[in-house]
Write a protein that binds this ligand. Structure first.
Ligand code: SF4
Length: 375
């Protein structure tokens, strides 16, 4: 089994907080899909004949391109590998791009899961985030998607300028009222060189502090878990059976193959594990879709250990103490004292020789990982 990822790098305009790789040149869409077909053909030996667990169209804004491009690429893949009714096919979408007709068209070409960048169902907050859609757009689109797709995910963001805990509670309540099968909750983070980052540095805008953001995160966990969602990853909540198969596979370190500029891949060959990334440049990608690579590396034993610890914590997968002892760089005694300290803080539990992050530990997963890795 393998998962496939396609990075569709087009957006109408860059949101003030976003540092993803993207371009705002919609005129290049057709050439991009021609290049994608070339890249796909060049990588056939890496997935031909294999069963495809999940396909994820991310970006950028995949809903900006015509569903016919998505359908043509899916047709190319289905001629080379096994896509079944069990294959999760997710497309990331923005509310302003979706209508009943476009939703029908996406479904007709094979998309069966929609991940909608709602961010908020409050007009004031959407304006503060610099988003193009309204709360009414978000409500309408989520309802229309739920009528058509077996699984709909909603992205929500907390920590916008001027946001209070009460506003966030209202946002969560409105979203839960729509009953999507999956909710992702992200805290607004200041990424360097973004417009928001510059405005905050100049004192033109102020965001809620860390404590306020942590309170919002805790509120999201409480309300979503109380409404029957399982908190299966730091930022992700799902009703039973509706977790993202693509994301979970990447956190479980299962193989995935990325297409498009800036797309990452993780492949296994016997005992060897390899990661590589396509060039983060549309110009380079269009010039050489099969060969424009930013980096390619075979993972060392230390990198594999670090990844296993870091990713397992994200999904609260238990880690055996024996495994941690083999990789911890400062010796058994140091690890044992780290485990005691982390338990006292309530961030991990240790039972039957296995270490698991606690619900309270989710907020501190990076710190826990750093301690376990002795960094
Ligand atoms: S729509 Fe998404 S990918 Fe595009 S700029 Fe906004 S946040 Fe970034």
């Amino acid at each position: 089994m393998i998962c496939l990822y396609v990075h569709i790098p087009f957006c109408r305009e860059r949101c003030p907080y976003c540092d993803f790789f993207l371009v705002t040149k919609a005129g290049f869409v057709e050439r991009f899909f021609e290049a994608l077909a070339v890249e796909t053909a060049s990588k056939t030996s890496l997935f031909a004949g294999r069963s495809i667990k999940a396909i994820h169209f991310g970006g950028g804004t995949p809903s900006l391109v015509s569903p016919s491009f998505i359908g043509a690429w899916l047709l190319q893949i289905s001629g080379l590998a096994q896509i079944s009714s069990e294959t999760e096919i997710t497309l990331e979408a923005n509310p302003e791009d979706l209508s009943p007709a476009s939703l029908d068209a996406l479904k007709a070409v094979g998309v069966n899961r929609l991940s909608i960048g709602v961010q908020s169902i409050a007009d004031r907050k959407l304006r503060a985030l610099g988003r193009a859609h309204s709360a009414a757009d978000a409500r309408r689109v989520v309802s229309e998607a739920l009528e058509r797709f077996r699984s709909v995910s909603v992205d929500l963001m907390c920590g916008a300028e001027g946001e209070t805990l009460a506003e966030w509670e209202g946002d969560l309540g409105s979203s839960l009222g729509l009953r999507p099968q999956h909710v992702s909750v992200y805290m607004l983070t200041l990424e360097e060189k973004t417009r928001l980052w510059r405005d905050v540095r100049k004192g033109l805008r102020r965001l809620p502090g860390e404590e306020a953001q942590a309170a919002m995160y805790r509120m999201a966990t409480e309300l979503l878990c109380g409404a029957g969602y399982r908190h299966y990853e730091i930022s992700n909540f799902a009703l039973e059976g509706h977790h993202s198969r693509y994301n979970l596979a990447s956190w479980m370190r299962e193989p995935y193959l990325g297409f498009g500029p800036a797309a990452h891949s993780f492949l296994l060959s016997g005992e060897t594990e390899m990661r590589f990334s396509n060039a983060s440049s549309l110009t380079k990608y269009l010039a050489d879709p099969a060969g424009a690579v930013d980096f390619r590396e075979t993972l060392t034993g230390e990198q594999r250990f670090d990844e296993e610890v870091f990713l397992s914590l994200r999904i609260r997968k238990p880690l055996s103490v024996g495994f941690l002892r083999k990789g911890h760089k400062l010796g058994h005694r140091h690890l044992d004292s780290v485990l005691v300290t982390l338990q006292e803080k309530g961030w991990i539990g240790v039972e039957s020789g296995e270490v698991t992050l606690t619900e309270a530990g989710f907020l501190f997963a990076d710190l826990v990982a750093a301690e376990l890795l002795s960094e």
